[in-house]
Design a protein. Structure first.
Length: 499
Protein backbone atom coordinates (compact mmCIF):
# COMPACT_ATOMS: atom_id res chain seq x y z
CA UNK A 1 0.00 0.00 0.00
CA UNK A 2 2.84 2.39 0.77
CA UNK A 3 4.37 1.62 -2.62
CA UNK A 4 1.05 2.35 -4.30
CA UNK A 5 0.89 5.70 -2.50
CA UNK A 6 4.36 6.46 -3.76
CA UNK A 7 3.43 5.56 -7.33
CA UNK A 8 0.34 7.74 -7.35
CA UNK A 9 1.86 10.65 -5.46
CA UNK A 10 1.51 13.88 -7.50
CA UNK A 11 -0.13 12.01 -10.38
CA UNK A 12 -2.97 13.69 -12.17
CA UNK A 13 -5.46 11.14 -10.88
CA UNK A 14 -4.44 11.67 -7.28
CA UNK A 15 -4.31 15.42 -7.69
CA UNK A 16 -7.87 15.78 -8.93
CA UNK A 17 -9.54 12.79 -7.30
CA UNK A 18 -8.24 11.98 -3.80
CA UNK A 19 -10.76 9.15 -3.53
CA UNK A 20 -9.54 7.57 -6.75
CA UNK A 21 -6.65 5.85 -5.01
CA UNK A 22 -9.04 3.93 -2.79
CA UNK A 23 -11.15 3.15 -5.83
CA UNK A 24 -8.18 1.64 -7.64
CA UNK A 25 -7.35 -0.47 -4.60
CA UNK A 26 -10.83 -1.99 -4.68
CA UNK A 27 -10.27 -3.17 -8.24
CA UNK A 28 -7.38 -5.31 -7.07
CA UNK A 29 -5.09 -3.88 -9.73
CA UNK A 30 -1.45 -4.71 -9.37
CA UNK A 31 1.11 -1.97 -8.88
CA UNK A 32 2.50 -2.38 -12.40
CA UNK A 33 -0.84 -1.50 -13.98
CA UNK A 34 -1.23 1.52 -11.73
CA UNK A 35 2.31 2.55 -12.65
CA UNK A 36 1.35 2.37 -16.34
CA UNK A 37 -1.66 4.62 -15.74
CA UNK A 38 0.52 7.05 -13.83
CA UNK A 39 3.12 7.11 -16.62
CA UNK A 40 0.47 7.95 -19.22
CA UNK A 41 -0.48 11.05 -17.26
CA UNK A 42 2.89 12.02 -15.88
CA UNK A 43 3.86 14.36 -18.71
CA UNK A 44 0.76 16.47 -18.06
CA UNK A 45 1.68 17.25 -14.45
CA UNK A 46 3.51 20.46 -15.27
CA UNK A 47 0.27 22.05 -16.44
CA UNK A 48 -1.09 21.89 -12.90
CA UNK A 49 1.91 22.94 -10.81
CA UNK A 50 3.00 26.41 -9.82
CA UNK A 51 6.47 27.12 -11.08
CA UNK A 52 8.38 30.13 -12.24
CA UNK A 53 10.16 30.59 -15.53
CA UNK A 54 13.53 29.75 -14.04
CA UNK A 55 12.46 26.18 -13.32
CA UNK A 56 10.12 25.59 -16.25
CA UNK A 57 12.40 26.58 -19.04
CA UNK A 58 16.00 27.39 -19.64
CA UNK A 59 15.55 31.01 -20.59
CA UNK A 60 19.01 31.21 -22.13
CA UNK A 61 18.00 28.62 -24.74
CA UNK A 62 14.82 30.39 -25.81
CA UNK A 63 14.51 32.78 -28.70
CA UNK A 64 13.34 36.23 -27.68
CA UNK A 65 9.98 35.58 -29.38
CA UNK A 66 9.45 32.35 -27.43
CA UNK A 67 10.57 34.01 -24.22
CA UNK A 68 8.05 36.82 -24.75
CA UNK A 69 5.27 34.27 -25.22
CA UNK A 70 6.26 32.44 -22.04
CA UNK A 71 6.47 35.67 -20.07
CA UNK A 72 3.10 36.89 -21.32
CA UNK A 73 1.39 33.64 -20.37
CA UNK A 74 3.11 32.90 -17.07
CA UNK A 75 3.45 36.34 -15.52
CA UNK A 76 -0.17 37.22 -16.30
CA UNK A 77 -1.20 34.07 -14.44
CA UNK A 78 0.97 35.00 -11.45
CA UNK A 79 -0.63 38.45 -11.36
CA UNK A 80 -4.08 36.90 -11.41
CA UNK A 81 -3.06 34.80 -8.40
CA UNK A 82 -1.29 37.73 -6.73
CA UNK A 83 1.85 35.61 -6.42
CA UNK A 84 4.60 38.18 -6.01
CA UNK A 85 7.27 35.59 -5.22
CA UNK A 86 6.89 33.91 -8.60
CA UNK A 87 6.86 37.23 -10.43
CA UNK A 88 10.10 38.27 -8.74
CA UNK A 89 11.73 34.91 -9.43
CA UNK A 90 10.65 35.08 -13.06
CA UNK A 91 12.07 38.58 -13.46
CA UNK A 92 15.39 37.45 -12.00
CA UNK A 93 15.56 34.63 -14.54
CA UNK A 94 14.48 36.74 -17.50
CA UNK A 95 16.76 39.64 -16.58
CA UNK A 96 19.76 37.32 -16.91
CA UNK A 97 18.64 36.47 -20.45
CA UNK A 98 18.12 40.14 -21.30
CA UNK A 99 21.66 40.94 -20.19
CA UNK A 100 22.92 38.92 -23.18
CA UNK A 101 20.95 40.42 -26.06
CA UNK A 102 22.32 40.36 -29.57
CA UNK A 103 22.12 43.44 -31.77
CA UNK A 104 19.19 41.99 -33.71
CA UNK A 105 17.34 41.11 -30.50
CA UNK A 106 17.66 44.68 -29.26
CA UNK A 107 15.52 45.71 -32.25
CA UNK A 108 12.90 43.00 -31.76
CA UNK A 109 9.29 44.00 -30.89
CA UNK A 110 9.31 41.05 -28.48
CA UNK A 111 11.64 42.99 -26.20
CA UNK A 112 8.94 45.57 -25.58
CA UNK A 113 6.43 42.81 -24.82
CA UNK A 114 8.67 41.33 -22.14
CA UNK A 115 9.41 44.60 -20.40
CA UNK A 116 5.79 45.76 -20.61
CA UNK A 117 4.47 42.57 -19.04
CA UNK A 118 6.74 43.00 -16.03
CA UNK A 119 6.01 46.74 -15.80
CA UNK A 120 2.27 46.06 -15.73
CA UNK A 121 2.58 43.27 -13.19
CA UNK A 122 4.91 44.97 -10.72
CA UNK A 123 2.93 48.21 -10.95
CA UNK A 124 -0.34 46.32 -10.36
CA UNK A 125 1.21 44.54 -7.36
CA UNK A 126 2.31 47.92 -5.99
CA UNK A 127 6.01 47.14 -6.16
CA UNK A 128 7.39 50.52 -7.14
CA UNK A 129 10.97 49.37 -6.51
CA UNK A 130 10.75 46.51 -9.00
CA UNK A 131 8.83 48.70 -11.46
CA UNK A 132 11.67 51.21 -11.41
CA UNK A 133 14.23 48.42 -11.80
CA UNK A 134 12.47 47.04 -14.88
CA UNK A 135 12.09 50.53 -16.35
CA UNK A 136 15.77 51.37 -15.87
CA UNK A 137 16.81 47.99 -17.27
CA UNK A 138 14.65 48.66 -20.32
CA UNK A 139 16.26 52.08 -20.89
CA UNK A 140 19.82 50.77 -20.52
CA UNK A 141 19.08 48.10 -23.14
CA UNK A 142 18.12 50.79 -25.63
CA UNK A 143 14.42 49.91 -25.53
CA UNK A 144 12.67 53.26 -25.89
CA UNK A 145 9.27 53.61 -24.16
CA UNK A 146 6.36 53.98 -26.58
CA UNK A 147 2.83 55.15 -25.92
CA UNK A 148 1.95 51.49 -25.39
CA UNK A 149 4.61 51.27 -22.67
CA UNK A 150 3.16 54.29 -20.91
CA UNK A 151 -0.33 52.82 -21.26
CA UNK A 152 0.92 49.66 -19.57
CA UNK A 153 2.12 51.78 -16.65
CA UNK A 154 -1.24 53.55 -16.46
CA UNK A 155 -3.04 50.22 -16.54
CA UNK A 156 -0.81 48.81 -13.82
CA UNK A 157 -1.66 51.72 -11.53
CA UNK A 158 -5.33 51.23 -12.37
CA UNK A 159 -5.26 47.53 -11.53
CA UNK A 160 -3.36 48.29 -8.33
CA UNK A 161 -5.98 50.94 -7.42
CA UNK A 162 -3.33 53.63 -7.17
CA UNK A 163 -5.08 56.55 -8.80
CA UNK A 164 -2.59 59.17 -7.58
CA UNK A 165 0.28 57.12 -9.00
CA UNK A 166 -1.68 56.86 -12.25
CA UNK A 167 -1.90 60.64 -12.45
CA UNK A 168 1.82 60.90 -11.76
CA UNK A 169 2.53 58.50 -14.64
CA UNK A 170 0.27 60.63 -16.84
CA UNK A 171 2.20 63.80 -16.04
CA UNK A 172 5.51 62.05 -16.71
CA UNK A 173 4.21 60.78 -20.06
CA UNK A 174 3.21 64.30 -21.12
CA UNK A 175 6.55 65.69 -19.93
CA UNK A 176 8.35 63.03 -21.99
CA UNK A 177 6.63 64.36 -25.10
CA UNK A 178 4.40 61.32 -25.65
CA UNK A 179 1.00 62.10 -27.16
CA UNK A 180 -1.68 60.06 -25.31
CA UNK A 181 -3.83 57.95 -27.61
CA UNK A 182 -7.48 57.02 -27.13
CA UNK A 183 -6.53 54.04 -24.99
CA UNK A 184 -4.45 56.26 -22.71
CA UNK A 185 -7.38 58.60 -22.16
CA UNK A 186 -9.77 55.70 -21.64
CA UNK A 187 -7.64 54.15 -18.88
CA UNK A 188 -7.17 57.48 -17.12
CA UNK A 189 -10.78 58.63 -17.33
CA UNK A 190 -12.19 55.30 -16.19
CA UNK A 191 -9.75 55.16 -13.29
CA UNK A 192 -10.54 58.66 -12.08
CA UNK A 193 -14.29 58.04 -12.07
CA UNK A 194 -14.03 54.54 -10.63
CA UNK A 195 -11.87 55.61 -7.70
CA UNK A 196 -14.07 58.52 -6.60
CA UNK A 197 -12.16 61.31 -8.36
CA UNK A 198 -15.26 62.72 -10.05
CA UNK A 199 -14.08 66.32 -10.38
CA UNK A 200 -10.77 65.14 -11.81
CA UNK A 201 -12.65 62.84 -14.19
CA UNK A 202 -14.77 65.67 -15.56
CA UNK A 203 -11.63 67.81 -15.94
CA UNK A 204 -9.92 65.00 -17.86
CA UNK A 205 -12.87 64.84 -20.25
CA UNK A 206 -12.63 68.61 -20.70
CA UNK A 207 -8.89 68.34 -21.36
CA UNK A 208 -9.43 65.68 -24.00
CA UNK A 209 -12.21 67.68 -25.63
CA UNK A 210 -10.14 70.85 -25.73
CA UNK A 211 -7.04 69.06 -27.06
CA UNK A 212 -9.03 67.57 -29.95
CA UNK A 213 -10.76 70.90 -30.62
CA UNK A 214 -7.46 72.79 -30.69
CA UNK A 215 -5.96 70.22 -33.06
CA UNK A 216 -8.90 70.58 -35.46
CA UNK A 217 -8.49 74.36 -35.46
CA UNK A 218 -4.88 73.95 -36.57
CA UNK A 219 -6.03 72.35 -39.79
CA UNK A 220 -7.16 69.06 -41.30
CA UNK A 221 -3.64 67.80 -41.95
CA UNK A 222 -2.96 67.08 -38.31
CA UNK A 223 -5.85 64.62 -38.31
CA UNK A 224 -3.83 62.49 -40.67
CA UNK A 225 -0.91 62.31 -38.29
CA UNK A 226 -0.46 59.35 -36.00
CA UNK A 227 0.15 61.57 -32.99
CA UNK A 228 -2.94 63.73 -33.41
CA UNK A 229 -4.95 64.13 -30.18
CA UNK A 230 -7.89 61.68 -30.34
CA UNK A 231 -11.46 62.95 -30.40
CA UNK A 232 -13.82 61.83 -27.63
CA UNK A 233 -15.99 58.99 -28.89
CA UNK A 234 -18.35 56.32 -27.61
CA UNK A 235 -15.45 54.25 -26.26
CA UNK A 236 -14.40 57.16 -24.04
CA UNK A 237 -18.02 57.69 -23.00
CA UNK A 238 -18.36 54.03 -22.04
CA UNK A 239 -15.10 54.16 -20.08
CA UNK A 240 -16.41 57.12 -18.12
CA UNK A 241 -19.88 55.63 -17.60
CA UNK A 242 -18.60 52.27 -16.41
CA UNK A 243 -16.41 54.07 -13.88
CA UNK A 244 -19.08 56.44 -12.61
CA UNK A 245 -22.02 54.00 -12.67
CA UNK A 246 -21.66 53.06 -9.00
CA UNK A 247 -21.97 56.72 -7.94
CA UNK A 248 -25.65 57.06 -8.80
CA UNK A 249 -27.83 58.70 -11.42
CA UNK A 250 -26.67 62.34 -11.09
CA UNK A 251 -23.10 61.89 -12.40
CA UNK A 252 -24.44 59.61 -15.14
CA UNK A 253 -26.80 62.36 -16.31
CA UNK A 254 -23.92 64.83 -16.31
CA UNK A 255 -21.87 62.52 -18.53
CA UNK A 256 -24.79 62.05 -20.91
CA UNK A 257 -25.09 65.82 -21.18
CA UNK A 258 -21.42 66.02 -22.10
CA UNK A 259 -21.85 63.21 -24.66
CA UNK A 260 -24.79 65.03 -26.24
CA UNK A 261 -22.60 68.10 -26.69
CA UNK A 262 -20.01 65.94 -28.45
CA UNK A 263 -22.71 64.34 -30.66
CA UNK A 264 -21.64 60.88 -29.54
CA UNK A 265 -24.02 58.09 -30.57
CA UNK A 266 -24.63 55.26 -28.10
CA UNK A 267 -23.69 51.65 -28.80
CA UNK A 268 -24.82 48.44 -27.10
CA UNK A 269 -22.25 48.85 -24.32
CA UNK A 270 -23.61 52.32 -23.51
CA UNK A 271 -27.16 51.04 -23.35
CA UNK A 272 -26.20 48.08 -21.18
CA UNK A 273 -24.51 50.40 -18.68
CA UNK A 274 -27.54 52.70 -18.58
CA UNK A 275 -29.99 49.80 -18.17
CA UNK A 276 -27.88 48.39 -15.36
CA UNK A 277 -27.74 51.75 -13.55
CA UNK A 278 -31.51 52.20 -13.86
CA UNK A 279 -32.28 48.74 -12.50
CA UNK A 280 -29.79 49.01 -9.63
CA UNK A 281 -31.39 52.27 -8.54
CA UNK A 282 -34.89 50.79 -8.74
CA UNK A 283 -35.91 52.78 -11.81
CA UNK A 284 -37.57 49.98 -13.76
CA UNK A 285 -39.63 52.31 -15.94
CA UNK A 286 -36.47 54.20 -16.86
CA UNK A 287 -34.86 50.90 -17.80
CA UNK A 288 -37.80 50.07 -20.05
CA UNK A 289 -37.64 53.49 -21.75
CA UNK A 290 -33.93 53.00 -22.33
CA UNK A 291 -34.62 49.62 -23.96
CA UNK A 292 -37.31 51.16 -26.15
CA UNK A 293 -34.87 53.84 -27.32
CA UNK A 294 -32.28 51.15 -27.97
CA UNK A 295 -34.75 49.30 -30.19
CA UNK A 296 -35.70 52.55 -31.95
CA UNK A 297 -32.01 53.17 -32.66
CA UNK A 298 -31.79 49.76 -34.30
CA UNK A 299 -29.39 48.34 -31.72
CA UNK A 300 -30.00 44.70 -30.88
CA UNK A 301 -29.52 43.48 -27.29
CA UNK A 302 -26.68 41.08 -26.60
CA UNK A 303 -26.10 38.41 -23.97
CA UNK A 304 -24.89 41.08 -21.52
CA UNK A 305 -28.24 42.90 -21.86
CA UNK A 306 -30.21 39.80 -20.96
CA UNK A 307 -27.84 38.93 -18.14
CA UNK A 308 -28.47 42.36 -16.61
CA UNK A 309 -32.25 42.05 -16.98
CA UNK A 310 -32.46 38.51 -15.64
CA UNK A 311 -30.07 39.24 -12.80
CA UNK A 312 -32.39 42.02 -11.70
CA UNK A 313 -35.50 39.89 -12.04
CA UNK A 314 -34.18 36.95 -10.04
CA UNK A 315 -32.01 38.73 -7.49
CA UNK A 316 -34.49 41.27 -6.15
CA UNK A 317 -36.35 38.46 -4.35
CA UNK A 318 -39.59 39.11 -6.22
CA UNK A 319 -39.94 35.71 -7.89
CA UNK A 320 -39.06 33.76 -4.76
CA UNK A 321 -42.19 35.18 -3.08
CA UNK A 322 -44.47 33.84 -5.82
CA UNK A 323 -45.92 30.37 -6.23
CA UNK A 324 -44.87 28.24 -9.21
CA UNK A 325 -47.70 29.23 -11.60
CA UNK A 326 -47.11 32.92 -10.82
CA UNK A 327 -43.39 32.49 -11.46
CA UNK A 328 -44.19 30.94 -14.82
CA UNK A 329 -46.52 33.82 -15.70
CA UNK A 330 -43.92 36.40 -14.68
CA UNK A 331 -41.23 34.70 -16.77
CA UNK A 332 -43.46 34.62 -19.84
CA UNK A 333 -44.58 38.22 -19.24
CA UNK A 334 -40.91 39.18 -19.20
CA UNK A 335 -40.36 37.58 -22.62
CA UNK A 336 -43.53 39.10 -24.07
CA UNK A 337 -42.69 42.58 -22.77
CA UNK A 338 -39.30 42.41 -24.47
CA UNK A 339 -40.89 41.28 -27.72
CA UNK A 340 -43.44 44.08 -27.48
CA UNK A 341 -40.59 46.58 -27.23
CA UNK A 342 -38.94 45.07 -30.29
CA UNK A 343 -36.33 43.10 -28.35
CA UNK A 344 -36.13 39.34 -28.72
CA UNK A 345 -34.28 37.05 -26.35
CA UNK A 346 -31.33 35.39 -28.04
CA UNK A 347 -30.26 31.81 -27.43
CA UNK A 348 -27.98 32.80 -24.54
CA UNK A 349 -30.77 34.78 -22.94
CA UNK A 350 -33.09 31.78 -23.09
CA UNK A 351 -30.37 29.55 -21.64
CA UNK A 352 -29.84 31.95 -18.74
CA UNK A 353 -33.57 32.19 -18.07
CA UNK A 354 -33.87 28.39 -18.03
CA UNK A 355 -30.91 28.12 -15.69
CA UNK A 356 -32.33 30.67 -13.23
CA UNK A 357 -35.83 29.18 -13.25
CA UNK A 358 -34.40 25.80 -12.32
CA UNK A 359 -31.63 26.79 -9.92
CA UNK A 360 -33.34 29.71 -8.18
CA UNK A 361 -36.97 28.60 -8.31
CA UNK A 362 -36.88 24.84 -9.00
CA UNK A 363 -39.67 25.52 -11.47
CA UNK A 364 -39.56 22.77 -14.09
CA UNK A 365 -42.95 23.60 -15.59
CA UNK A 366 -41.97 27.22 -16.17
CA UNK A 367 -38.70 26.17 -17.79
CA UNK A 368 -40.58 23.84 -20.14
CA UNK A 369 -42.98 26.64 -21.05
CA UNK A 370 -40.02 28.91 -21.85
CA UNK A 371 -38.41 26.16 -23.92
CA UNK A 372 -41.62 25.59 -25.89
CA UNK A 373 -41.97 29.32 -26.55
CA UNK A 374 -38.39 29.49 -27.76
CA UNK A 375 -38.92 26.61 -30.19
CA UNK A 376 -42.09 28.28 -31.52
CA UNK A 377 -39.97 31.35 -32.25
CA UNK A 378 -37.74 29.19 -34.43
CA UNK A 379 -34.81 28.99 -32.03
CA UNK A 380 -33.42 25.48 -31.70
CA UNK A 381 -32.38 24.41 -28.18
CA UNK A 382 -28.64 24.07 -27.72
CA UNK A 383 -26.70 21.30 -26.04
CA UNK A 384 -26.08 23.74 -23.19
CA UNK A 385 -29.83 24.18 -22.62
CA UNK A 386 -30.41 20.46 -22.58
CA UNK A 387 -27.54 20.08 -20.13
CA UNK A 388 -29.13 22.66 -17.81
CA UNK A 389 -32.43 20.77 -17.78
CA UNK A 390 -30.91 17.34 -17.45
CA UNK A 391 -28.54 18.39 -14.66
CA UNK A 392 -31.50 19.73 -12.71
CA UNK A 393 -33.40 16.45 -13.03
CA UNK A 394 -30.39 14.53 -11.74
CA UNK A 395 -29.92 16.97 -8.84
CA UNK A 396 -33.33 16.18 -7.34
CA UNK A 397 -33.66 13.81 -4.40
CA UNK A 398 -34.38 11.22 -5.63
CA UNK A 399 -33.18 11.92 -9.20
CA UNK A 400 -36.02 12.31 -11.68
CA UNK A 401 -34.89 9.58 -14.05
CA UNK A 402 -38.20 9.57 -15.95
CA UNK A 403 -37.76 13.24 -16.85
CA UNK A 404 -34.17 12.60 -17.91
CA UNK A 405 -35.27 9.81 -20.23
CA UNK A 406 -38.15 11.91 -21.55
CA UNK A 407 -35.73 14.73 -22.29
CA UNK A 408 -33.38 12.35 -24.07
CA UNK A 409 -36.22 11.06 -26.24
CA UNK A 410 -37.18 14.63 -27.05
CA UNK A 411 -33.61 15.36 -28.10
CA UNK A 412 -33.43 12.26 -30.28
CA UNK A 413 -36.73 13.09 -31.95
CA UNK A 414 -35.03 16.07 -33.56
CA UNK A 415 -33.26 14.74 -36.64
CA UNK A 416 -30.66 17.51 -36.47
CA UNK A 417 -29.92 17.29 -32.76
CA UNK A 418 -26.38 17.89 -31.56
CA UNK A 419 -25.10 17.16 -28.07
CA UNK A 420 -21.58 17.79 -26.86
CA UNK A 421 -19.08 16.12 -24.55
CA UNK A 422 -20.26 18.09 -21.53
CA UNK A 423 -23.81 16.83 -22.02
CA UNK A 424 -22.62 13.23 -22.24
CA UNK A 425 -20.37 13.67 -19.21
CA UNK A 426 -23.29 14.93 -17.13
CA UNK A 427 -25.42 12.01 -18.29
CA UNK A 428 -22.67 9.59 -17.29
CA UNK A 429 -22.21 11.23 -13.90
CA UNK A 430 -25.95 11.40 -13.20
CA UNK A 431 -26.72 7.79 -14.10
CA UNK A 432 -23.57 6.63 -12.29
CA UNK A 433 -24.51 8.37 -9.04
CA UNK A 434 -28.00 6.91 -9.33
CA UNK A 435 -26.43 3.47 -9.98
CA UNK A 436 -28.34 3.06 -13.23
CA UNK A 437 -25.56 0.96 -14.68
CA UNK A 438 -27.16 -0.12 -17.94
CA UNK A 439 -28.08 3.47 -18.88
CA UNK A 440 -24.65 4.67 -17.77
CA UNK A 441 -22.88 2.13 -19.95
CA UNK A 442 -25.18 2.95 -22.87
CA UNK A 443 -23.98 6.57 -22.88
CA UNK A 444 -20.36 5.56 -22.36
CA UNK A 445 -20.65 3.34 -25.43
CA UNK A 446 -22.29 6.15 -27.42
CA UNK A 447 -19.39 8.43 -26.60
CA UNK A 448 -16.95 5.83 -27.85
CA UNK A 449 -18.93 5.32 -31.05
CA UNK A 450 -19.08 9.07 -31.68
CA UNK A 451 -15.39 9.58 -30.98
CA UNK A 452 -16.03 11.74 -27.90
CA UNK A 453 -13.66 11.74 -24.93
CA UNK A 454 -15.27 11.26 -21.51
CA UNK A 455 -13.98 13.59 -18.80
CA UNK A 456 -12.04 12.38 -15.78
CA UNK A 457 -14.81 13.09 -13.29
CA UNK A 458 -17.29 11.16 -15.41
CA UNK A 459 -14.92 8.19 -15.63
CA UNK A 460 -14.41 8.20 -11.88
CA UNK A 461 -18.17 8.21 -11.27
CA UNK A 462 -18.60 5.32 -13.71
CA UNK A 463 -15.85 3.31 -12.04
CA UNK A 464 -17.22 3.92 -8.56
CA UNK A 465 -20.72 2.92 -9.66
CA UNK A 466 -19.41 -0.35 -11.12
CA UNK A 467 -17.60 -1.10 -7.88
CA UNK A 468 -20.67 -0.34 -5.78
CA UNK A 469 -22.49 -2.93 -7.86
CA UNK A 470 -19.68 -5.42 -7.36
CA UNK A 471 -18.95 -5.45 -11.08
CA UNK A 472 -15.17 -5.72 -10.80
CA UNK A 473 -14.90 -7.25 -14.29
CA UNK A 474 -16.19 -4.17 -16.08
CA UNK A 475 -14.30 -1.96 -13.63
CA UNK A 476 -11.05 -3.65 -14.69
CA UNK A 477 -12.02 -3.32 -18.34
CA UNK A 478 -12.60 0.40 -17.89
CA UNK A 479 -9.18 0.90 -16.29
CA UNK A 480 -7.57 -1.04 -19.12
CA UNK A 481 -9.47 0.97 -21.73
CA UNK A 482 -8.24 4.21 -20.17
CA UNK A 483 -4.69 2.90 -20.13
CA UNK A 484 -4.77 1.77 -23.76
CA UNK A 485 -7.29 4.27 -25.19
CA UNK A 486 -9.38 1.33 -26.28
CA UNK A 487 -12.94 0.06 -26.01
CA UNK A 488 -15.42 2.67 -24.83
CA UNK A 489 -12.67 5.27 -24.45
CA UNK A 490 -10.88 4.56 -27.72
CA UNK A 491 -10.92 8.30 -28.46
CA UNK A 492 -8.67 8.76 -25.43
CA UNK A 493 -9.12 11.03 -22.44
CA UNK A 494 -8.76 14.82 -22.21
CA UNK A 495 -5.31 16.24 -21.63
CA UNK A 496 -6.84 18.85 -19.34
CA UNK A 497 -9.89 18.60 -17.16
CA UNK A 498 -12.29 21.19 -18.50
CA UNK A 499 -15.49 20.21 -16.84
Amino acid sequence: MLEMDKILQSSRLDLYFPSFKATLVKTGLNERTIQNISNILKHHQSDHKESHLATRVQTAELSLEDLASRVTTSVARYLERQNLDLVEASWDAVRTRLDCLSEDERKSPSLHRIYEEFLLTFRALRRADYTLEVWNHMITRGCRPTVRTWNVMLKGCHVGKEVDAMEDVWRRMIKAGIQPNAHSWGIRIHGLFQFHKLSEGYRALAEMTEAAKYASLRGAKIEEQDDAPPKPDVVILNSALSGVARHGAAPVRKLLGWASGQQIKFDIITYNILINVALHTGQKEDARRIMQKMAADGINPDSATFTILLHSMFNDGFLSDLDLPEQEKHAMDFIHSLEKDGLNLDVRGYALLLDRLLKKCQNVQASRKVLDHMIKRGIEPTAHMYTILMTHFFSLDPPDIDSVESLWERIRSNTNYVVDVIFYDRMLEGFARADKVSKMMYFLQRMGQEGKRPGWMALVEVLQSLLRQGDSVRARELIKDVELSAGNVKAGVPVEQTN
